[in-house]
Design a protein around this ligand. Structure first.
Ligand code: GTP
Ligand code: MG
Length: 456
C-alpha cells in the first residue's frame, strides 16, 4: 500500500436514500474537488455545488465539504460529497473520482489511515465499528466511551504506572555492585499489587463490554422432566428441542440464540441432572455441567407440580459448578397447581436465596416475567459508566499482562533478580500496548481493519 495514494468510497449504506455520501481522502483531494466542482470549497464550510463529469455533464448537485489535513478524520486532506442517495448516481461519482486518480478504498481503510496518522488508536477505531454495529442502546453507550478513548485512557494509566515501576527495577540492574538490596522489595511489591488490581478491574469492565457485543450465554439446567426443553422452545418461539414425558430426553447440548432487548441471548438446553442410567446420558450430564460452568446466567428449572424445591440447596449446587454466576430458579408447570394471575411474580421470601420465577412453559403464563428478568440481567451489567465496549483480543491482552505481572511478582519473591522482574514487566507492557495498537503486528492490524465496513 502506498501511503500517498488517494482513496474513495461510498460511506452511506447501499440502496436508495435521501442522501448519499462519498468520501475521498489523500493528497489529491483538493485536485479532485477542483476538477469535480470547478473549485475547491473553503475548508470546513458546507458548499453547494454541482458534481460534474469530465465533459461537464452534471452527475448530481449537493453539498461539498473540504477538510485539509491534519484537521480531518484521517489526518489527510479529505473531501466529502453529500449527494442524493441512489446507487447509480453514487457509483457514477465514485467512478469519476477513480477517473481523477483515486483508488477504491478497502474496508476500514479510512479508519486505518486515521490510526496510521495518529488521529485515533486501534481501541478507539474498534469503538467506532462497535458503535455502528451496536444492537442495543447500552452497547452503543459503551462503544461511544471506547471511541472517545475511555478504554485507551485506562490502558495509558496502567502503562504509565508500569513505566515508573520499570524505571525503578531497571535502575537496580545498572548498579549490580551496590551492597544495598537490588530491589526495594516492599515498594515494588506494593506497586505490583496495585497494578494487578487495576488490571483486574479493567478486565472485569472489558469482559462486560465483550458480553454486550457477543451476548449472554443463558444455560437452562435442572432435573430430568422439569420442562427445560419446553422452556427453550417457549423462549425461542419455535419447536427447537424434542419434548417428551420420558425423563432423560435431552442428552446433547442444544443451542439457540434470540434477541432480548437488543442483546443477543444464547440459550443452551441441557441434559437433566441425575445419576445417569447409561454412558450416553453420563456424557450428556458431563456436558451439561461444563455448560453451566461457562454460563453468564443459569436458569434452574423445577417441576413445581411435583416438587417444593430447597432453594438454598439448589443455590449451593449451582454455586459449586459455576461460582459467581447469577442464578434464577424457574418454578415450572404452574398450570398444574392452579397458580393464578400472579404467575411469574418473582418471589423474594428467603433472603439470600436465588430469585424465583413461577411460570408455565406449556401455557406461556409468567414467561414475560422471565423475559423481563433476562433483559434486566443483560442491561444491568452494561449501564454502568465504567463499561467500555471491548473485544476478545483486548481481554486476551489483559490476561497476558496479568500473567506477566504475576510472574514478575514471583520472580521478585523467589529470586529477587531485577533482570527477571524487569523482563516480565516489559512483556506486561507490550501486552497492554497491543490494545491501543502501539505494539500490534501489522498482520493483526490488517485483520482488525478488514472487518470494518467500506467507507469507514
Ligand atoms: N403441564 C405442564 N407440562 C409441562 C410444562 N412444561 C413441560 N411439561 C411437560 O413435562 C414433560 C417434560 O418436558 P421437557 O421439556 O421434555 O423436560 P426436560 O426438562 O427437557 O426433560 P429432560 O430433557 O428429560 O431432562 C413433557 O411431557 C412436557 O410436556 C408445563 O409448563 N406444564
Ligand atoms: Mg429436555
Amino acid at each position: 500500500m502506498s501511503e500517498l495514494d488517494t482513496i474513495v468510497a461510498i460511506a452511506t449504506p447501499p440502496g436508495r436514500g435521501a442522501i448519499g455520501v462519498v468520501r475521498v481522502s489523500g493528497p489529491a483531494a483538493a485536485r479532485v474537488a477542483q476538477a469535480l466542482l470547478g473549485r475547491c470549497p473553503e475548508p470546513r464550510h458546507a458548499t453547494l455545488a454541482t458534481f460534474r463529469e469530465a465533459d461537464g455533464a452534471a452527475i448530481d448537485a449537493g453539498l461539498a465539504l473540504y477538510f485539509p489535513g491534519p484537521q480531518s478524520f484521517t489526518g489527510e486532506d479529505s473531501l466529502e460529497l453529500q449527494g442524493h442517495g441512489g446507487p447509480v448516481v453514487l457509483d457514477a461519482l465514485v467512478q469519476r473520482c477513480i477517473g481523477l486518480g483515486c483508488r477504491a478504498a478497502r474496508p476500514g481503510e479510512f479508519s486505518e489511515r486515521a490510526f496510521l496518522n495518529g488521529k485515533i488508536d486501534v481501541a478507539q477505531a474498534e469503538g467506532v465499528a462497535d458503535l455502528i454495529d451496536a444492537a442495543s442502546l447500552a452497547a452503543a453507550r459503551a462503544a461511544v466511551r471506547s471511541m472517545q478513548g475511555a478504554l485507551s485512557a485506562r490502558v495509558h494509566t496502567l502503562q504509565a504506572e508500569l513505566t515508573a515501576l520499570r524505571v525503578r527495577v531497571e535502575g537496580a540492574i545498572d548498579f549490580p555492585d551496590e551492597e544495598v538490596p537490588l530491589i526495594d522489595d516492599g515498594d515494588v511489591a506494593t506497586r505490583l499489587a496495585r497494578l494487578r488490581t487495576a488490571v483486574e478491574t479493567l478486565r472485569n469492565d472489558a469482559h462486560r463490554g465483550v458480553r454486550l457485543v457477543e451476548g449472554l450465554t443463558v444455560v437452562i439446567a435442572g432435573k430430568p422432566n422439569a420442562g427445560k426443553s419446553s422452556l427453550l422452545n417457549r423462549l425461542a418461539g419455535d419447536d427447537v428441542a424434542i419434548v417428551t414425558d420420558l425423563p432423560g430426553t435431552t442428552r446433547d447440548l442444544l443451542r439457540h440464540s434470540v434477541l432480548e432487548g437488543g442483546v443477543p441471548l444464547h440459550l443452551v438446553d441441557t441434559a437433566g441432572l441425575r445419576v445417569a442410567s447409561d454412558a450416553i446420558e453420563a456424557e450428556g450430564i458431563r456436558r451439561a455441567r461444563a455448560a453451566i460452568a461457562r454460563a453468564d446466567l443459569v436458569l434452574y428449572v423445577v417441576d413445581a407440580a411435583h416438587e417444593d424445591p430447597d432453594r438454598g440447596a439448589i443455590g449451593a449446587e449451582m454455586a459449586a459448578l459455576a461460582p459467581g454466576v447469577p442464578l434464577t430458579i424457574v418454578l415450572n408447570k404452574i398450570d398444574l397447581i392452579g397458580v393464578d394471575a400472579h404467575a411469574g411474580m418473582p418471589r423474594s421470601d428467603a433472603t439470600g436465596a436465588p430469585d424465583c420465577i413461577e411460570l408455565s412453559a406449556r401455557t406461556g403464563a409468567g414467561v414475560d416475567r422471565l423475559r423481563a428478568r433476562l433483559r434486566a440481567s443483560a442491561g444491568e451489567q452494561s449501564s454502568e459508566a465504567s463499561v467500555v465496549s471491548a473485544r476478545r483480543r483486548h481481554l486476551a491482552a489483559l490476561e497476558r499482562a496479568d500473567a506477566h505481572l504475576g510472574d514478575a511478582d514471583r520472580a521478585r519473591r523467589d529470586t529477587g533478580a531485577p533482570e527477571l522482574v524487569a523482563e516480565e514487566l516489559r512483556c506486561a507492557q507490550a501486552a497492554l500496548g497491543e490494545i491501543t495498537g502501539e505494539f500490534t503486528s501489522e498482520d493483526l492490524l490488517g485483520e482488525i481493519f478488514r472487518n470494518f465496513c467500506i467507507g469507514k
